[in-house]
Write a protein that binds this ligand. Sequence first.
Ligand SMILES: [Zn+2]
Length: 217
Amino acid sequence: MGESGFDVFCPECNMLVEAKVIAEGDGESKITDINPFDISDSPYNIDHFLVCVCRRCGQPFFIRQSWYVVPAEIESPTGEIVLYPTESKLTQEALPKSVKSAYDDASKCFKASMFEPCVLMCRKCLEAICKNLGAEGRDLNKRLVRLSEAGQIDSRLLNWAHEIRLIGNEAAHEVDGKVTKRDARDVLDFTEAIIIYVFSLTKRFESFKVRRAKYSK
Ligand SMILES: [Zn+2]
C-alpha cells in the first residue's frame, strides 16, 4: 500500500495513463479471524483510498483498493475499483442481455478509439431495444416509430434514436464517411440515455409506485 503513480484508463485521454497520486489514506479495518493469543495479530480486511490526477490532462480519479492483511506477514490486494469517474451511468439490473452486450461492445470500441464500430454497435443496440420491446416493422426506422406510437419512447428520444440510426447507416455504407471521437461520444451517451429511460427508470418508476401505494394504505 502506498504508491506515487497509478495506471488507470482516462476517459478524457481515452487511453491507459499513469495518474499521479496526490492523496491517500486507509478506511476502517475489519478483523476477519480473531487471533486468541494476541488480538493485535489478527488478520483483517482494509480499504485503501487514493486520489489521483491524470498526468496528461489533469482528470481526477478516486480509487478504492481492498487489501487482506496478516500483521507482519501478508499484505495482499483483493480488489480495486474506480469510484470516480464512474464508467457508465447504466445500472445493469434490469437490462436484457442482447441490449447490454451491444452497449458493452460499443463502449469497448470507443475505448479502443474505434469510432465507426462504436456507432455501428450503438445502432445494433437500438435494434436490440426494438426487439426486446416487441416493436415490429420492415426496417429500424419503422420499428422506432412503432416504439414511439406505443408510448415506449417519447418524441425527443425518437429524434435521438433516428440520429443514431442515421450515423450508424453512414458508418456502415459510406467508404469515406468519418465518425469523429466527439460524434462517437455523443452517440454512445444518447444510446445510454435511451437505455436508462426505457429499461432502468421505467422499472424503477413501477416499483416506486408500488411502494407509494403501500404507504398510503
Ligand atoms: Zn487524461
